[in-house]
Each structure stands twice: as C-alpha cells, then as structure tokens.
Write a protein that binds this ligand. Structure first.
Ligand code: SAM
Length: 248
C-alpha cells in the first residue's frame, strides 16, 4: 500500500475528490492510503495561527515554519516507513511521468506539503523538504490542487488500481516516452466526420502500424522535444523521416 500524508490548511478541499472514481477505488482496494493532516492542529495559541506577515514587508502572508515542522515530525513518529517530503511550489522541479513512477515505486511514504498565500517560510524548503515540486509554470492559490494531481497520477500506477480494460502502459509519456495515438469510438461517422477506415478493418497489424504513425505524428507536431529522449525503434525513425518529408 502506498501511504501519502497531505499537510494542508484546508483538509475539506479533498473530501469529494478522494470519494470519487479513481482515488476512491485506489483507497477502497487498499492500494492507496491518504492521511490528511491539518497544519492548524500543530499551531500554537488560542487562534491557532499558521501564517504571519513577511519579514521585510510587502503584501500577503507567509505560512509559519513551526506548525509544518511539527506536523512532519508527528507523521514521522506515526509512520513505519521513511518519508519523502515534498513541498508543492511553483518554484520546484517540474512534475513528470518519470517522477510519478518514482513516487509510485518508492517504499517511502509520500508527504505533500500544501502552501497558501504568498507561500511557505523558506526554512521548510531549505531544511525540511527533500524537494520542491511544481505541477507547471503557472501560479495557483494553494498546493491542494497540485497535491490532488500528484495523488491521482501516482494512484493510476499502483498495482490493481486500473481495471483490466484500462492500461497506463501506452499512455502519453509512458514506456516509450512519446504521446499516445488518437482514439475513436462509435459511431463510425458523426456529422460527416469519419473514423479512419483502418480502425474498422479488423487488420491488427495495419491498426498497430497506423497507431504508431499517428502517435509519432502527434508527438512531432505538439511535443517534438520528447523525441530526443524517446525509445525509438528503427521503424519509428523511418516513420519520422517520412512525416518530416510529408510536412515540408
Ligand atoms: N509567491 C509564490 C511564488 O511566486 O513562487 C507563489 C505562492 S502560491 C500563491 C501559494 C501556494 O500554492 C504555494 O506555496 C504552493 O504550495 C502552491 N502552488 C501554486 N502554484 C503551484 C504550482 N504550479 N505547483 C505546485 N504548487 C503550487
């Protein structure tokens, strides 16, 4: 079972996403355990203050270090496994499928710290977190949505979570590092838009070749940066050459 601890000021943010579809299934199957930790519970004083004004002045508030250090310490004491402590931050390394795989396969419990306001006191990044992680080059108001992104991406790779009819193996960025091929379903024609004939042919070898070509076409058009690192067979290289000539 993969154990994840989410440190947040807003545990209620997670109630619906954790009780629906994939995350619900992963938890019910015992593949994933999500422990929501309210940072405020580790704050001191009558008002349980978890944030304060920034040193040096300026707008907004900053999450205080003490409640977060204490919350991680409490998780460490209660956990039987070592921890991987991740601070969600737009300043972190970009989240990728490679990191998803690493988290899913690691025996360590995953601790996700959700910031808010102007962010988190820098001592958390410098002395508590193993890494800072960003889900993209944009700024959200808190780390809760990024934490859900991480949880769902990791849950999909845990054994037994995806049904027999689903597979993460051929998804974009997975084994071969390119984008997935296009998918179609019934009807074969909709308002003049037709499903490619080959997909209705029943010829498995032709379908395989078409899917590979179209996956490479999409990758070349939208994410040619992936091709430098992708695991390409000789057949793929020939297709790419062909596609390049086709588009020139
Ligand atoms: N002042 C910070 C900056 O410009 O780098 C942004 C703080 S943001 C408004 C508040 C919190 O949202 C962050 O501490 C982080 O936990 C979370 N957050 C926002 N965007 C994020 C992203 N792209 N990836 C991960 N976490 C993010």
């Amino acid at each position: 079972m993969k154990r994840c601890h989410v440190l947040t000021l807003f545990p209620g943010f997670f109630s619906s996403p954790l009780s629906e579809t994939l995350l619900k299934r992963a938890r019910e199957k015992g593949a994933l355990d999500v422990n929501l930790v309210d940072i405020r519970g580790f704050s001191e004083g009558r008002h349980k203050t978890a944030d304060d004004a920034p040193y040096g002045g300026g707008a907004g508030m900053v999450l205080k270090p003490e409640p977060i250090f204490r919350a991680v310490e409490a998780v460490r004491r209660s956990s039987q496994s070592p921890l991987r402590v991740v601070l969600l931050s737009p300043q972190g390394k970009l989240f990728s499928q490679e990191t998803v795989r690493e988290y899913a396969e690691s025996p360590k419990d995953l601790v996700l710290i959700c910031g808010r306001y102007e962010g988190v006191d820098e001592r958390v990044a410098a002395h508590l977190a193993d890494e800072e992680l960003s889900i993209g080059d944009y700024v959200l108001s808190g780390g809760e949505a990024p934490a859900l992104v991480v949880l769902e991406a990791v849950a999909r790779l845990l054994p037994g979570v995806l049904g027999a009819e689903e597979s993460a193996r051929f998804d974009s960025f997975s084994e071969e590092g390119i984008l997935d091929h296009p998918h179609y379903t019934r009807p074969p024609e909709f308002e003049g838009m037709k499903v490619p004939d080959v997909l209705l042919s029943g010829n498995h070898e032709e379908i395989r070749k078409w899917r590979r070509r179209e996956a490479l076409r999409k990758t070349l058009a939208a994410r040619s940066d992936l091709l430098a690192r992708a695991r390409l067979a000789e057949e793929d290289k020939r297709i790419l050459k062909d596609l390049e000539t086709e588009s020139s």
